[in-house]
Design a protein around this ligand. Structure first.
Ligand SMILES: Nc1ncnc2c1ncn2[C@@H]1O[C@H](COP(=O)(O)OP(=O)(O)OP(=O)(O)O)[C@@H](O)[C@H]1O
Length: 477
């Protein structure tokens, strides 16, 4: 063994492998093959490109048979497209117009200008003398937004793209750019470029649906044209907005979609309207409890609110006793409905209360409900104008937060969470002319979504609160 150790040499070991010499022709063919393979993959993965290719091949075949045949085929195709558009406008849009638009904008707007745009936005990297660009993976267009999925360069983060969103918007002629991470794809980022704003139009109440407690309540339209749904079971909802921002439309949209469930007994709404009942009185017939303050009450104006909240805490505790060890999330039923505590002006229960005893009772009850209520089917939906901590100390206990028009830029992060404004939630820049427009964040998904809540008119409210019409045989009311 001693021989082995004495065999060690102090000479450096040769670790560099000898260079393999490859002919230039081989390298060029390899490069060409890779490019061809990529073209095949991209064509096969893009229905519009595949369809275009098939059309070109058929066109060439027909032309070689007879030019007249090609002309006839083009005429028939144009007629079919026209009929399809008239008879099935939705399918025409989804199957033809949007794929073609995605393909067109993908190649001629984004990939065409991508390298220059990345360079001027500072998103390229130089490494060992080569300039590297993030890669565009896919482009999907709707009529109002282009979603560009990008593979980031090593070392980049989603925040790097969010920081230059204004530059990207200017480069590609978009009205705004939002940047999202992609779940389970840490190397990818989704850059959403807004080409038109569907939220400048007033949104009519969306159709009433069954199963909204599981699918989510369709309360608003998102800027990408999709319906935004509120998952109420298992969440508390905070709505913040300056005066006239449209907080009322959020609460009334919610009540509109809950109304059938209230009538069937699956949901109980307890309404607290500290503004003397001015805002919610129209929905009185829908509420299991309605506290609006009484200026003649012996115990004081705010004592009624404390009482309702304490009753909700007592109910919550009874449910906790029953459900302990049975389930971790209560499922609403007619025997044990979801209790939705709607508070129109939370500040009147927290910051502005003068009666110190009532204030303590309210704060204790609200804190208990917000920290323990959602698992047992007691949820709070609260609206407030001012999100500061001294007005609303427990705002972090709301998993769903909605920021309508706000007065100051600093308020955005207070409501939606740190970094929300950098990610595009500019709630302080929402104009007065767009009530009901706001940004929403839900715990667990970092990106704020821009939406417009449906506008519920006084007429809708009057109909909503009217007792359900009894249908007589033959359909007459
Ligand atoms: N989603 C909406 N779409 C269109 N108009 C809306 C919408 N929401 C509210 N409005 C209009 O904006 C105005 C103010 O709305 P609303 O009363 O709901 O605001 P608010 O935030 O509750 O204000 P305040 O705090 O002063 O009560 C109303 O005239 C209403 O018609």
């Amino acid at each position: 063994m001693a021989g082995l150790s004495s065999a060690r040499s102090d000479q450096p070991i040769q670790v560099r492998t000898p260079a393999v010499r490859v002919s230039a022709g081989l390298v060029a063919s390899g490069w060409l093959l890779r490019r061809l393979w990529r073209l095949v993959v991209v064509t096969a993965a893009t229905p519009a490109a595949l369809g275009g290719l098939v059309l070109v091949v058929v066109g060439v075949l027909l032309w070689s048979a007879s030019p007249l045949l090609l002309l006839g085929a083009v005429g028939v195709l144009a007629l079919l497209l026209l009929v399809g558009r008239l008879l099935w406008p939705q399918r025409w849009l989804i199957w033809l117009r949007l794929p073609v638009r995605s393909w067109w904008r993908g190649w001629f707007v984004y990939r065409h200008r991508w390298a220059a745009a990345m360079d001027t936005a500072g998103l390229t990297t130089s490494w060992r003398g080569t300039l590297w660009n993030p890669t565009v993976l896919t482009v999907t267009s709707t009529l109002s937004v282009d979603r560009v999925r990008v593979r980031m360069l090593p070392g980049q983060t989603v925040e790097d793209y969010a920081a230059v969103s204004d530059r990207l918007a200017q480069t590609f002629g978009a009205t705004a750019v939002r940047v999202h991470s992609v779940p389970q794809r840490p190397h990818h980022v989704e850059v959403c470029l807004l080409t038109a704003d569907p939220l400048t139009q007033v949104v009519e109440p969306l159709p009433i649906e069954d199963q909204v407690l599981t699918a989510g309540l369709p309360l608003a339209l998102a800027e990408d044209g999709r319906t935004w749904r509120l998952q109420l079971v298992g969440s508390h909802v905070l709505v913040v907005g300056a005066t006239g921002a449209g907080k009322g439309s959020v609460i009334w949209s919610l009540l509109l979609h809950l109304a059938p469930l209230i009538r069937s007994g699956l949901v109980n709404v307890w309404a607290v309207d500290p503004k003397g009942g001015m805002e919610l009185a129209g929905g009185r017939s829908l509420f299991a409890r309605f506290a609006h303050g009484d200026s003649d009450a012996a115990a004081g104006y705010e004592a009624t609110f404390a009482e309702v909240l304490e009753d909700a805490v007592a109910l919550m505790r009874r449910r906790q006793d029953r459900l302990r060890g049975v389930t971790r999330l209560h499922q609403p039923s007619t025997s044990e409905p979801l209790v939705v505590l709607v508070v129109d002006e939370l500040a009147a229960l927290t910051g502005w209360v003068t009666d110190r005893t009532a204030k303590k009772r309210i704060e204790a009850a609200l804190g208990l409900l917000l920290s323990q209520g959602r698992a047992v089917g007691v949820v709070v939906v609260g609206a407030v104008q001012d999100p500061r901590k001294d007005v609303l100390p427990m705002r972090d206990l709301f998993p769903t937060r909605i920021a309508l028009r706000l007065n100051e830029a600093e308020q955005v992060n207070l409501v939606l969470g740190p970094g929300a404004r950098n990610r595009g939630a500019q709630a302080d820049l929402i104009p007065d002319s767009l009530p009901g427009v706001g940004y929403v964040t839900v715990d667990g998904s970092a990106e704020p979504v821009r939406v417009r809540f449906s506008n519920v008119t006084d007429q809708d409210i009057a109909q909503l609160a009217a007792p359900a019409l009894q249908l007589l045989p033959g359909g007459a009311a």
